[in-house]
Design a protein around this ligand. Sequence first.
Ligand SMILES: Nc1ncnc2c1ncn2[C@@H]1O[C@H](COP(=O)(O)OP(=O)(O)OP(=O)(O)O)[C@@H](O)[C@H]1O
Ligand SMILES: [Mg+2]
Length: 598
Amino acid sequence: MGRIVLLNQNMINMIAAGEVIERPASVVKELMENSIDAGATAITVTVEDGGRRLLSITDNGSGMDADDLNAAFESHATSKIKDTDDLHGISTLGFRGEALASIASIAQVRAVSRTPKSDQAHCLEIDCGQKKPVSPCSGDCGTTIQIRDIFYKTPARRKFLRTANTEMGHITEQFTRIALAHLQLDLTLLHNGKELYRLSKDQPIRRRIAQLFPMIPADDLVETDSHEKSIRIRALLGRPNISRTNNKFQYTFLNDRFIRDKFISHAIKEAYRGLLEPNRFPVTFLFIEIPYTDYDVNVHPTKTEVRFYNANLVHSQILGAMREKLLGIDLHMPVQLPTDHDSTGAARRQEISEAMADFFKAHRPVHRQQELDLGPARPFPPPTLAERAPLRRPTGPESLAAPEPVYDEVKYLQIHDSYILEQTDEGFVIIDQHALHESMIYETLRRRVGSDGLESQRLLLPENFDVTDAQAGVLANNAALIAKLGIELTPFGPKTYAVQAFPTLLDKKVQPVPFIQDLIDMLMDKGGTLNAQDLLDDVLNMTACKAAIKAGQKLSDSEIQHLLADRRHYESISRCPHGRPTTIAFSKSELAKQFKRT
Ligand SMILES: Nc1ncnc2c1ncn2[C@@H]1O[C@H](COP(=O)(O)OP(=O)(O)OP(=O)(O)O)[C@@H](O)[C@H]1O
Ligand SMILES: [Mg+2]
């Protein structure tokens, strides 16, 4: 006799449960999804002891009659799909017909359901797969499913359950995901008799986020909405100042289903590139709508992963929409000076006030050789006629986007040859000259490399440099990247190259040969470990850093004016590519407060 036997149905269900039901939170997810598919507008989730003792989900959806109630707990029993055609374009949250059968195989279940047509409810009890007959009972329209003593007959699984608090954390997370995606629902979550959330239906998404994440200030989320190429993207994007140390606050929904997707995570990371310090993760709520036929959700038992048929398009649309929004907003860092409430606040405030007063007494604006009159509300002194004369093209920081930048008001001051103080309508800002210029160059490089590559110009005299075999190999392997940068190299003898052309943008800012040598070093260092996109990005970072004006570099009036004028084309460059801020803003009201004017 052979050794192979067919498993009985309950074993099959328990094995399926192993994939789908990891912990109480998985039950909550599956049952809430069923309620949504049943058209419910209100769902109440009641939990006891982190879900070990009891999970109960009540909805006001379509309900089930006696036959459906009986069938619902069989495996592969579903009302949501019928044939293979239905698999291409699933619009419901469930479709596998496995969740209830799985749940019923690992716990004690009691389900009560009533359809609007029926004047009575029906009840079904199942104890770890052992089903009792359906019987009439009293109950409201809709469905209530109670799950008791999860995993009580599978001690190995029960052992993996964590403390009630931890399990409740997972349940809250599942509840949150559903709450964010389904604004049409009244939702309640109770634990051990205590109400954790009561959310009203049809509120704006911002309201829901505020209720679920009270720690996220509403002002720190910026909204975007775009619809292109059959992809609609709505997003609330956290400003960089509320970034986190992990990606837990990145919520992505595809047609109202919470998903995790590596392409989308990558697009989010790219969109925030240069706006965040390394190892920080932005807060993002992303709602994507695409036709159901453009992806496959039948990829993973928990349905949190999908396969996009055109992942590149989804990636580029998301990246484009997010990046455009992020670059279009004012991300300047507001400054928080200490207040009197801080323990050391008064002393520090005094210190800062004195330092500022000293500074203004001791420094003269570089554009004017006269003392500043620091009358209370006076801006920096008005420009002389000569200063208002048309600007020369600068020799240092060069215009990156505007043909003739104009900065017609003289309200700035360079300090320590590194920072520029500028008066603004709202107060004043301190600009890190290197970081700002670097960000502008980086952004220009990124845009141009992304489209046609960098424009280059031929050197009057080609410059030669020697390479080792390994370096020559690196140059050959990265020929495409080097060409994109607008660098043209030709072999000049066995171990020598000649630089024939170099990017116009870097003209007079960096020396071709030392630059190319650093580039080779970088490609050698990182070429093996980074993917093409990240490598290119690191190269652009390095290029921008080298080409930018330096800290400690004294700038002429005209150079400062060009820097400030050019910046207008890069409104939101508030951080350098390394994630450091470029601009720190002080508001008038903060100043008035600090000087006790209010
Ligand atoms: N709360 C509910 N209200 C009305 N009908 C329900 C409810 N829950 C389940 N059902 C019915 O029971 C069926 C089986 O539910 P089950 O969750 O096992 O499978 P599914 O939702 O179809 O697919 P999946 O396994 O992917 O969740 C559903 O197709 C639906 O017809
Ligand atoms: Mg289901």
